[in-house]
Write a protein that binds this ligand. Structure first.
Ligand SMILES: Cc1ncc(COP(=O)(O)O)c(C=O)c1O
Length: 434
């Protein structure tokens, strides 16, 4: 347990959760905290403790919790019905906004989660290439499907391109369908693509992998080598879409893939995700164009529902206004600088890595270029630091600070003080440990 004040009501909820949920949680964050509400860049727990929120619902709340315009749009939609399982004006407008913004997007297919979007993007690449193997990168996160849970977080990664499953319950045969490459390593990726070009259906990559930016030229090289062999390149933009820039990582890094997946921000806090991409690949979702043989079967009960669509559309409208990205980047840049300074003063070897809208620390003195470099980080110190921060009113995920348009100068000041105080205690704890 941490040392925040726990009111009886929150303690009771935690006990109930432990009785009715495996591990007492929804599977995402520890059971010892129950959130009551969020507004702007802050959240409150059921005991009334207030936090500056860098978790942001794991990313969707880029414009802040309960943004008044998003709330109004959703409230206006609800009395008209929440889902129709049929085309609607709101979903069509969201698809149009995505096509206008995202360089690779000729067409859009809606899903409800990033996991589904990645699953169907891989299926679309297979349908198009008429082959089955997909290459992903070690440490790359593409949701929770059997295919995606290959070498996401291997504890003892080996030296081969053969994947290691991250979960129980995955058929052994799935390992034969995936190939694993090292992120940011052009040469190794190139030679794997050359060796397997005739079996490869596609390559999926987080263009900004977790908190690791692409090395200069890496995405360009990946684009070139996949295009040379006609292999579809999929950017997983579930995190980066409308976050690194209005047109996502493909705009920000200047590399256009064949397909991309979107989620989080495009739903404005509701369950909306999408596959978007080139006309000729997206055509596989259309039986009339492709015929029975090449048709990619995909249906979803809540896909394109109007509530998620208006929440997403309103969020995009807010982000499109002049100065929105400048503000997110300025906040993130200031926070990254303050964190670097605080770590330097504390004398703890650590690297701040990421881009201003999304970053964190790895407690190591080495460079961070791929998953294995992050494994070299001191995980126990990270866990301790996150806990000390939570006790000081900072909410964040295990390894990410998500920056919001709603974070204020006061939030930055509060966070700076919390970092300094938590690092003092961390130094003391490390001394005591010897
Ligand atoms: C890069 C990336 N892809 C896919 C997903 C899966 O999205 P969801 O949790 O909506 O299934 C996530 C979730 O965090 C993600 O970070």
């Amino acid at each position: 347990m941490d040392t925040r004040a726990h009111a009886d009501a929150e303690r009771e909820l935690i006990e109930t959760a432990k009785r009715v949920l495996p591990g007492g949680t929804f599977g995402n964050v520890p059971a010892e905290i129950v959130i009551r509400e969020g507004r702007g860049g802050r959240v409150w727990d059921e005991s009334g403790n207030e936090y500056v929120d860098f978790l942001l619902g794991s990313g969707p709340m880029l414009v802040g919790h309960a943004h008044p315009e998003v709330t109004a749009a959703v409230e206006a939609q609800i009395p008209k019905g929440t889902t129709y399982f049929a085309n609607n004006r709101q979903g069509i407008a969201l698809a149009e906004a995505i096509v206008e913004a995202v360089p690779c997007a000729d067409k859009v297919r809606f899903l409800c989660t990033g996991t589904e979007a990645d699953l169907y993007a891989m299926r679309a690449a297979r349908a198009f290439r008429k082959r089955s193997k997909i290459m992903k990168f070690e440490g790359g996160y593409h949701g929770m499907s059997d295919y995606a849970l290959m070498s996401l977080a291997p504890k003892r990664p080996g030296n081969s391109s053969r994947p290691l499953p991250d979960s129980a319950g995955i058929p052994e045969s799935v390992r034969d369908e995936m190939l694993i490459a090292p992120f940011n390593d052009v040469e190794a990726t190139q030679s794997l693509i050359r060796e397997h070009k005739d079996e490869l259906a596609g390559v999926i990559v987080e263009p900004f992998q977790r908190i690791i930016p692409p090395a200069p030229g890496f995405l360009q090289a990946l684009r070139k080598m996949t295009a040379e062999h006609g292999i579809p390149l999929i950017f997983d933009e579930v995190v980066t879409g409308f976050r690194l820039a209005y047109g996502g990582a493909q705009e920000y890094y200047g590399v256009t893939p064949d397909l991309c997946t979107l989620g989080k921000v495009i739903g404005g806090g509701f369950a909306v995700a999408a596959v978007a991409g080139r006309e000729e690949i997206m055509a596989h979702f259309d039986r009339a164009t492709k015929g029975d043989e090449d048709f990619l079967f995909q249906i979803g009960t809540l896909s394109g529902n109007p509530v998620g669509a208006v929440a997403g559309l309103t969020t995009l409208e807010i982000l499109k206004r002049p100065g929105a990205y400048e503000r997110i980047f300025a906040t993130g840049r200031e926070l990254m600088g303050l964190l670097r300074d605080a770590l330097g003063r504390a004398g703890i070897p650590a690297k701040v890595t990421g881009e201003p809208p999304l970053f964190d620390i790895v407690f190591t003195s080495g460079e961070i270029r791929n998953y294995r470099d992050t494994l070299a980080g001191d995980a126990e110190t990270m866990r301790q630091f996150n806990k000390l921060l939570r006790e000081r009113g900072i909410m964040k995920g295990e390894s990410k600070y998500y920056v919001s348009l709603a974070h204020t100068a006061e939030d930055i000041r509060f966070t700076k003080d919390a970092w300094a105080d938590a690092l003092d205690e961390l130094v003391a704890l490390r001394k005591a440990r010897g």
